[in-house]
Write a protein that binds this ligand. Structure first.
Ligand SMILES: Cc1cc2nc3c(=O)[nH]c(=O)nc-3n(C[C@H](O)[C@H](O)[C@H](O)COP(=O)(O)OP(=O)(O)OC[C@H]3O[C@@H](n4cnc5c(N)ncnc54)[C@H](O)[C@@H]3O)c2cc1C
Length: 552
């Protein structure tokens, strides 16, 4: 396998690998493949690198995995030299980091920005993909890697009248690049998932009045964000080898934290309460790791959920508002747990109103108001914090045709089916990074991204070394994996929530638990074992052999 020709001007553009997307996954994929001598083209619909951090510029946007861990580990020089300024970096800082990585590893010359991939079609004779771009041109490549992101297809809700609203409408997942000021405005915000929870306190400080429209309340834990000192960073850097090893091999979610050895009901009330208090004071996502059975046992889970509800009740002064903010309809942690800075406290401000749109769904949006429960809430600007068509949304927007013209959308009509989250039978030489069926959004995603990218880089080299032309998930292996993913999900409390993990936020989307919940460490081991056994469950063929079989 070698580069045929790389030309941006000509009509013929042939690469070993086309990568779709220049977020953290696409950038690292590019870096690895170039290091191995492959010709690679990355197509990115945005005008810059960073993916999530390029698009999500809303007020208060920041990571919820601590920055010293939510960062690449593939280059020790990079992790030793980059100075994160806060425990959880803000969006501008993470975007600066992504740009630094692009420059440091000279990635830009291989990325074509402002170009969306519209279609990918597999040529069975040539064992290669033909890729159509939004500028109407085509490129061919032996392999296509979909690094399109799990949370990259912002979901605009289908609410009557939305298009007639006279003020500005913003989506948190596609925020303008220029400064947005809400000073002196009456702002409406729909959606109280992670983006809503991060932006509400910041918008409330600017706006004349903020009305938050809430369908489902979320469990949120204080982030306890703080500046990182040089000493903090130095102390952390000393333990980086162990932090990274643990995150990859032992952690369930790719985060370095204590491993609990007890269940919530093994402790008495006082002991349990003091452990929850300590974790609440420490802040952050690891709240769910206080005990080892919070996602497995409803009675155990209730103790944590009760604790958080009590905290909300303590913080929020107005009884009705406090009640509305307390989640009761699903176990804690079964929707992505949020972390916040003064979210609940913000509802004590005189300029903030919470409106329940579960009981009274929004009837319509008028030119200057949101109508619900027979009342019109006057607003000048509207923020949609309504999340994403998660995990499959960006893949589904591409017309992907595999063997016999089968489209991926048709194959996935009943829900996504993959082998290891990496490939789908019938779509040879097409890889997905952090796809459905892998730990993905249940993990520190940079850990999962690096693992997938390394695995893909290894297998592509393996094929080049053996002069293999096509690789495809076997149907039997895929069926077994899909069954396993489901089986593991249903040993936990996760499927009890109507979450975006289940596709439940998108009307008409099939309800299937999409990420693999078996844990980042065990999953990595499974992928490594598959590779060690000669890529068990994947069929690999050489064009010569395929032709002989066809001719005989
Ligand atoms: C607000 C927010 C906060 C988050 N915080 C965390 C966190 O703290 N920890 C964590 O682990 N994860 C977090 N995530 C998840 C985050 O998405 C991942 O951590 C990570 O950034 C994903 O990288 P990616 O490269 O896989 O995808 P993305 O960053 O989504 O990049 C995908 C890129 O592909 C491009 N693309 C898609 N389709 C096409 C197409 N057809 N043609 C061309 N380009 C295309 C998109 O424009 C995008 O730039 C957060 C997500 C959000 C939205």
């Amino acid at each position: 396998m070698s580069a045929l020709s790389i030309s941006d001007r000509g009509e013929s553009r042939n690469y070993d690998v086309v990568v779709v997307g220049a977020g953290f996954a696409g950038m690292y994929m590019l870096h690895r493949l170039r290091g191995l001598g492959f010709s690679v083209r990355v197509y990115e619909q945005g005008s810059g690198v960073g993916g999530t951090w390029y698009w999500n510029r809303y007020p208060g946007a920041r990571c919820d995995v601590e920055s010293m861990q939510y960062s690449y580990s593939f280059s020790d020089e990079l992790q030793q030299e980059w100075d994160w300024s806060e425990r959880y970096a803000s969006q501008p800082e993470i975007l600066r980091y992504a740009n630094h990585v692009a420059d440091r590893f000279n990635l830009r010359p291989h990325i074509q920005f402002d170009t969306a991939i519209k279609a990918c079609s597999f040529d069975e004779d040539a064992n290669s993909w033909s890729v159509t771009t939004s500028d109407g041109r085509t490129a061919t490549a032996r392999f296509v890697v979909l690094a399109t992101g799990c949370l990259s297809n912002a979901r605009r809700p289908d609410i009557r009248g939305l298009d007639r609203f006279k003020g500005a409408v913003y989506h948190t997942g596609n925020w303008p690049h220029e400064e947005v000021s809400f000073a002196g405005l009456r702002v409406g915000l729909i959606g109280t998932g992670s983006s809503g929870i991060q932006s509400v306190p910041v918008i409330a400080e600017q706006a004349k009045h903020l009305t938050v429209f809430q369908r489902t309340p979320n469990y949120s834990i204080p982030a306890r964000n703080a500046p990182l000192s040089a000493e903090d960073r130095a102390a952390f850097r000393k333990i980086y080898p162990e932090v990274r090893r643990f995150a990859r091999e032992e952690a369930k979610n790719g985060i370095y934290t204590e491993v609990p050895d007890r269940g919530a009901l093994d402790d008495g009330d006082n002991e349990r309460r003091s452990k929850y208090e300590a974790r609440w004071a420490k802040g952050g996502l690891t709240f769910m790791s206080v005990y080892n059975n919070l996602s497995l046992d409803k009675a155990a889970n209730d103790t944590a959920a009760d604790f958080v509800r009590e905290k909300i009740a303590d913080i929020v002064r107005d009884r009705a508002t406090s009640k509305l903010l307390q989640p009761t309809s699903y176990p804690i942690g079964t929707k992505r747990i949020c972390i916040d800075t003064d979210y609940f406290e913000t509802f004590n401000r005189p300029n903030v109103t919470l409106v329940d749109i579960k009981t009274n769904p929004i009837e319509e949006i008028l030119p200057h108001a949101v109508r619900t429960g027979g009342k019109d809430y006057e607003i000048d600007a509207l923020v949609l914090a309504t999340g994403f068509d998660a995990m499959t949304g960006s893949v589904a927007k591409i017309d992907i045709r595999g063997r016999d013209g089968l489209t991926l959308n048709r194959k996935w009509a009943e829900g996504p089916k993959t082998y290891l989250g990496l490939m789908s039978a019938g779509f040879p030489n097409l890889f997905i990074v952090t796809g459905p069926g892998s730990p993905s959004v249940l993990s520190n995603m940079i850990v999962s991204i690096e693992q997938h990218v390394d695995w893909i880089a290894d297998v592509v080299s393996h094929m080049r070394d053996r002069k293999l032309d096509a690789m495809e998930a076997e149907q039997g292996a895929e069926d077994k994996w899909v069954a396993h993913v489901n089986e593991v999900a249903y040993t936990t409390l996760y499927p009890q929530a109507n979450s975006w993990y289940m596709g439940a936020n998108i009307p008409g989307k099939p309800r299937i638990f999409m990420p693999y919940i078996g844990g980042v460490g065990p999953y990595r081991q499974i992928c490594n074992d598959v590779a060690a056994k000669g890529y068990e469950g994947f069929a690999m063929t050489r064009a010569e052999e395929a032709r002989k079989v066809a001719a005989s």
